[in-house]
Design a protein around this ligand. Sequence first.
Ligand SMILES: Cc1ncc(COP(=O)(O)O)c(C=O)c1O
Length: 392
Amino acid sequence: MFTAQRLEKIPPYLFMTLRNKINEAKARGVKVISLAIGDPVDPTPTPVIDELCKTAYDPENHRYPTDEEWGMQALRKAIANWYHRRYGVTLDYSKEIVALIGSKEGCHHFALAVVDPGDKVLVTDPGYPGYKPSIWFAGGEPVPVPATAKTNFLPALADIPTEIAKQAKAFYLNYPNNPTGAIATKEFLNELVEFCKSWNIAVCYDNPYSEVIFEGERLSFLSAEGAKDIGVELNSLSKPFNMTGWRIGMACGNAEIVKGIATVKANTDSGIFNAIQYAGIKALNDCDDFTEKMLGIYRHRREKLLSALKKLNWEIPASKGTFYLWAPVPSGFTSAQFCEFIFEKCAIVLAPGSAYGQYGEGYVRFSLTVKEEQLDEAIERLLQHLKDVSFK
Ligand SMILES: Cc1ncc(COP(=O)(O)O)c(C=O)c1O
């Protein structure tokens, strides 16, 4: 055996497992529609692609992008401007921002920068499955904090036992939330800052869906008073600009934690390809309208799917943010069983809620990041094959 013990804790990556299942079915000639993964099929804005092409021809950009280890100054300035324009947050580009290969990298580097072996780390349950492996890699112990329908899928901070709060080193949260589609409020963010300050808990506020919001206010954790004293916000160009494949994002906020993340990063990789950084600047500076347009598209798909499923008496709350719908499964099924049932009957792949934590049991997650024709076809299949299922 060559591999380290730490790998034994890491479960199979959900979307790899689903991808294998999809590929196997496709090989058998099944016309599978995946509504599981949140990966926009719509293209990146044209000016961003043009900027990449233009800057990719310059040999200056073919070299290691390490001159400015935290990301180009121009990119960090564009991030600071974007945060100010979109969220009213002021950031010092020289010490409060580090550019990343997506927010996923930030989740991982945050753990290595903040968590020591044996530390307890709070994570909402249900929550993004990427957090726990990052915490394990750092030797920490994830502690799930329930975030259920009873509290609008927000963690009830007052219910966290004092013993746990006292021992917790950090807290991972994400609103607009994957998988539930729930959003945070200003009041909640203030409460979070107060709670974490009182227990000296570092916050990793993972906010890649900050722009995908249908109801309520577009919010940054960093807009809460005192947030920068205790935490960072991770963000990303993946979702607002359909740039999941480009791998560009950022960690912003508390200067000490940002520096810690930058130290981990500088000793792990050699930064983001310069041409992608230039393209990122273009997106941040010039593509607010594009994000609004995508929001309109997701809103339309969301309403289309919700009203179709209503015909089956499948009542699904409209998510306030993200491009996901968090749907309760009918009684008699677990999440995994219902996903299997839908796959067998309709050749549609959904994400089982249980993959997001024990409190995700009883739900499945739909993603709206498919082409309109595929969504229409999926709706047709669901209406046809689920008509005898009781959703009461
Ligand atoms: C909550 C959450 N965090 C992080 C990520 C990773 O995003 P990125 O492409 O910015 O690495 C995702 C992707 O789906 C996500 O849902």
